[in-house]
Design a protein around this ligand. Structure first.
Ligand code: ZN
Length: 470
């Protein structure tokens, strides 16, 4: 639930974002199936046109890094296992800052150039099909700073460092295809002084100590967007337990608590309760472990990093529910372009409403009414529209979160509670560990309900005005 105002990109391409207008990213016109060409230096997102590369899909990232707390430096190597979408004579990865020592492609030294955050790699021979890029690099990672001064990516803390990367900060600590369109599995191995602990995504598969340093190996076997990749290094109390899901599945729980916030026992007890609460509404928890990271980060927001959300300080219950709800909506089912962010934030905000309703708060219908009545037509809640905006600074505003949640309540009242939760469950199941677009959600809701819902979604998501008649 970041409140960052991402870097404003001058070359905003398209504002004609609407139902069913998802444009596939095509290779450059010169690319033919058999002729090697440079991979397109963009994944095609109108809000972040310089991010990503359409010439390949990553299958797996293997990241190794050693962290020196005294200097804040890392010494790192990342291997990117990918598959071309067409033969590539060269291609780019995204990497902001850091000194690149060498690049190898399938074991052979390769030429590389830095252009801003683009690391352009020219292999000895064109690559086609599967290929592996290994980058050795070092330095003090830079935090990605947004125009309003908020921070993302690699963030130094007073006892280590923490990564929170929505939307584009992942490139501050490893070379990547920095777009949520390209999800991959991860193995992350971090070495730090043994007095520090290292949190990561997925499951802890190994912890080995030698000569006062400990190496932590985390494996993420579920495909993950780069912005959800996290490490957090610091003085932590580490809590390992297991919980039972509603289907009786045993789920490992790893939580990391900065002792300056006490033991956070109440939050740690809340995690299994909230996971089961959400499972009863949305279906099976999508991943293989859970937990929380509670740290003094200093960024002023929490983030739904996969498996294990990061909280900047002790969170309240609804914030925990919000970030855990993202495990279904955002982490497992991920947008393909950032203007669909309401598919993450509207759903997580609505999950807060569901939680509040059974914990002494207003019903979702009442919450809707209060938001609607408290915001006159001139309120910033109504403009820009939640799913039609061209300024990345509008990503984390009230329309995406609150009007997004209101859209779900309007849908629920139109199609009924039973069909509504059928839509929520089928959305999570059908797009599990994949992607979803607004057009696909509308189509699903229409199939489940048998109703024409185009006008409803149009009024609530694409018109920069307060919908009338509610
Ligand atoms: Zn959120």
């Amino acid at each position: 639930m970041p409140s960052v105002r991402p870097r404003l990109v001058a070359a905003v391409l398209a504002t004609t974002v609407g139902l069913g207008s998802l444009t596939a990213v095509a290779p450059p016109a010169t690319a033919r199936a058999s002729t090697p060409s440079p991979g397109g230096g963009s994944a095609g997102d109108p809000l972040f046109p310089s991010m990503g590369n359409s010439g390949y899909q990553v299958r797996h990232y293997a990241i190794r890094l050693a962290f020196a707390p005294r200097t804040g430096r890392i010494d790192a190597a990342t291997s990117v296992f990918a598959r071309t979408t067409h033969p590539l004579s060269s291609y780019s990865l995204d990497l902001q800052g850091l000194h690149v020592r060498s690049v190898r492609v399938d074991g052979h030294p390769a030429r590389f150039e830095r252009h801003g955050h683009k690391l352009v790699v020219t292999p000895r021979r064109p690559v086609r099909g599967r290929f592996t890029t290994s980058v050795a690099y070092a330095g003090r990672p830079t935090t990605h700073i947004d125009p309003d001064g908020s921070s993302e990516g690699w963030v130094p803390t007073d006892d280590g460092a923490t990564v929170v990367s929505e939307p584009v900060g992942a490139m501050t600590w490893f070379p990547d295809n920095n777009t949520p369109r390209d999800k991959a599995t991860f193995a992350v191995r971090v070495t730090a002084p043994s007095r520090l602990a290292v949190a990561g995504n997925g499951e802890l598969v190994r912890r080995r100590s030698q000569a006062g340093r400990t190496t932590w190996t985390w494996r993420q076997g579920h495909r993950m967007a780069t912005y959800l990749a996290m490490v957090s290094i610091g003085r932590y109390s580490v809590h390992h337990s297991t919980m039972r899901t509603t289907t009786g599945r045993r789920l490992p729980v790893w939580s990391f608590v900065d002792p300056r916030y006490g033991s956070q026992a109440a939050v740690r007890r809340l995690v299994p309760r909230a996971v089961r609460f959400l499972e009863r509404r949305y279906g099976r928890y999508p991943f293989s472990s859970t937990g929380v990271v509670i740290d003094r980060v200093g960024v002023g927001y929490a983030l739904e990093t996969q498996n294990r959300p990061v909280f900047d300080g002790a969170p309240d219950a609804v914030t925990v529910v919000h970030e855990l709800a993202h495990q279904w909506y955002g982490d497992s089912v991920t947008l393909t372009r950032w203007t669909d962010l309401w598919l993450h934030e509207g759903f997580a905000t609505y999950s807060e409403d569901l939680w509040n309703a059974v914990h002494g708060g207003p019903s979702p219908a009442r919450a809707f009414r209060e938001r609607y009545d408290a915001n006159p037509a001139s309120s910033s809640l109504w403009s820009p529209a939640p799913a039609r905006f061209s300024d990345p600074a509008d990503m984390f505003g009230a329309p995406v979160y609150e009007r997004g949640a209101m859209t779900l309540q309007v849908l629920r009242e139109r199609i009924g509670t039973s069909d509504f939760f059928a839509v929520m469950r089928r959305w999570a199941a059908a797009h599990h560990e994949g992607h979803g677009t607004t057009a696909q959600l509308v189509a699903l809701a229409e199939r489940v309900s048998g109703q024409d819902l185009g006008p409803l979604f149009h009024d609530w998501l694409y018109v920069p005005a307060r919908p009338s008649g509610y």
